[in-house]
Design a protein around this ligand. Structure first.
Ligand code: NAG
Length: 305
């Protein structure tokens, strides 16, 4: 006979957003709408930038890449969340759970590095305007994008390797709607203190390094804008405000979930919804509604029809 403690968990069960069945059915429409808007909005930004020659500059290429990654982040968690709203048993296979961990960390890591790249691009444009075209040429821009993908990938794989070590043999209920590392780690049947520190350090190093670089770039930019002439600085400031809003929206929930010592279930869930469903939608909205060139490109596109 098989021994009970030898049994291996092949599936996890999500607790979902809430326990009330009625509320879950009610949430179906809002979440489907949000996801549809995220897909359409981000695809629109990517297509607009690729097709409009006036938007062929490093800043907009990076923005298109950001939109693409937002689309990816949202697609790792949201479709499953929406399907699960109508399901009684919210199951996910072990492999599915590991894929979610890999891809969430891959894309979020990538997005953080890309935000640093965008900040660097703005730093060069505003603080070294005369050298901009020689510093940020097409080649350099492509390299920066490739590097952000590589760092995201290495980060995702390293998290996966760490979590792969864990044996799961008993509890398999995850009190969330996707496989986030802290919650999955709680279910392991060994002591996870050391591994937990390593996993947090892995995410912490990437997030903190990016955050410090972002802080430095934007401080430089804001100081430069303050010191120099009024003309042109308002446009620079408006672009940077968009960037800073996006940075805050991404980093604040992640810092709360990964670095805060206390974990409050409903708050963690709310923040998880925020950075996996809301932030990917807000990015294209913030950029398209606040950016004059993009608004102009949209108007031109409409007039062409
Ligand atoms: C990402 O950036 C690269 C480099 O500038 C650009 O060639 C590419 O079109 C962008 N990708 C997307 C999906 O916008």
């Amino acid at each position: 006979m098989e021994e009970v403690n030898q049994s291996v968990v092949t599936e996890f069960i999500f607790q979902g957003l809430c326990t009330s069945r009625e509320l879950q059915i009610f949430l179906l429409l809002p979440f489907s709408t949000l996801y549809l808007m995220t897909v359409v909005g981000n695809l629109f930004v990517v297509i607009l930038i690729i097709t409009d020659h006036h938007l062929h500059s490093p800043m907009y290429f990076l923005l298109a890449n950001l939109s693409f990654i937002d689309l990816c982040i949202s697609s790792v968690t949201t479709p499953k969340l929406i399907i699960d709203l109508v399901k009684e048993n919210k199951l996910i296979s072990y492999g599915g759970c590991m894929s979610q961990i890999l891809f969430v960390h891959f894309f979020v890591g990538d997005e953080m590095v890309l935000l640093v790249t965008m900040a660097y691009d703005r730093y060069v444009a505003i603080c070294k305007p005369l050298h901009y075209t020689s510093i940020m040429d097409r080649q350099k821009c492509i390299w920066l994008v490739v590097i952000s993908w590589i760092i995201g990938f290495v980060h995702g794989i390293s998290q996966l390797i760490l979590i792969f070590e864990l044996p799961f043999c008993g509890p398999r209920v995850i009190d969330s709607f996707f496989c986030d590392i802290p919650l999955v780690m709680k279910l392991a049947c060994i002591n996870t203190d050391t591994l937990g520190i390593m996993i947090n350090a892995d995410s912490g190093v990437v997030a903190t390094a990016c955050f410090i670089l972002l802080l430095i770039s934007y401080t430089y930019i804001l100081i430069t804008v303050q010191l120099h002439s009024k003309d042109g600085s308002s446009k620079a400031l408006s672009t940077c405000t968009s960037h800073i809003i996006v940075v805050v929206l991404l980093f604040v929930p992640i810092i709360f979930i990964y670095l805060s010592p206390v974990s409050i279930t409903w708050l963690d869930k709310f923040l998880a919804v925020f950075y996996s469903v809301i932030t990917p939608l807000l990015n294209p909205a913030i950029y398209t509604l606040r950016n004059r060139d993009i608004k102009k490109a949209i108007k031109k596109m409409i007039n062409h029809r």
